[in-house]
Design a protein around this ligand. Sequence first.
Ligand SMILES: [Fe+2]
Ligand SMILES: [Fe+2]
Length: 208
Amino acid sequence: MRHFGLCIGLAGLVVLSAALAYARPTPQLANVTLENLETAFNGESNAHARYLAFAQEADKEGYFQIASLFRAAAHAEEIHAKNHANEIKTLGGTPQAKIDIPVVKATKENLEAAIKGETYERDVMYPEFYKQARTAGIAGAVQTINYASAAEAEHAKLFTSALNNMATMRAKGVTYYVCTICGYTTTNLDFAKCHTCYSPKEKYVAVT
Ligand SMILES: [Fe+2]
Ligand SMILES: [Fe+2]
């Protein structure tokens, strides 16, 4: 019985330590994560503007499905920016973005630029920000970074597929679906709950 009590005591201590790890970020680590979220907010806000400009160019060139994909991705980036902004405010910051005038080229090059951006966010930026937010123990930051990272990975796949199949991407009215909670972007709703945030699929909106 004494051992049993000791085990319960130790288990309680572990749970308490884990809770405190999330409850009390050190100011220094919290500042790093706040700066990371400000960087990510700026990046997502610019990606939103850039993809809307890329969509216009794709429409002009008659790549209507690619235009729909860019609009869907733009909406996803807007959701990421909003999620990051909420967490920045929670951490005492003020979300600010400097929107650069998008550099728009031909659709093929726009897709290549988009893939480069998404790949960087997926492989370099968000993994580093995720690690630092985990170390700081800031659950809200971990969540918004995780949501964005998962969606960017899917965007990279969708843009790569579009680039490899440009000749078949001229159909009008193709629908993409975007999760309004986490920004995950997909071509079909063959699931009950979002793969990333587990929201019911009713939270998805259609973008054409
Ligand atoms: Fe993206
Ligand atoms: Fe989601």
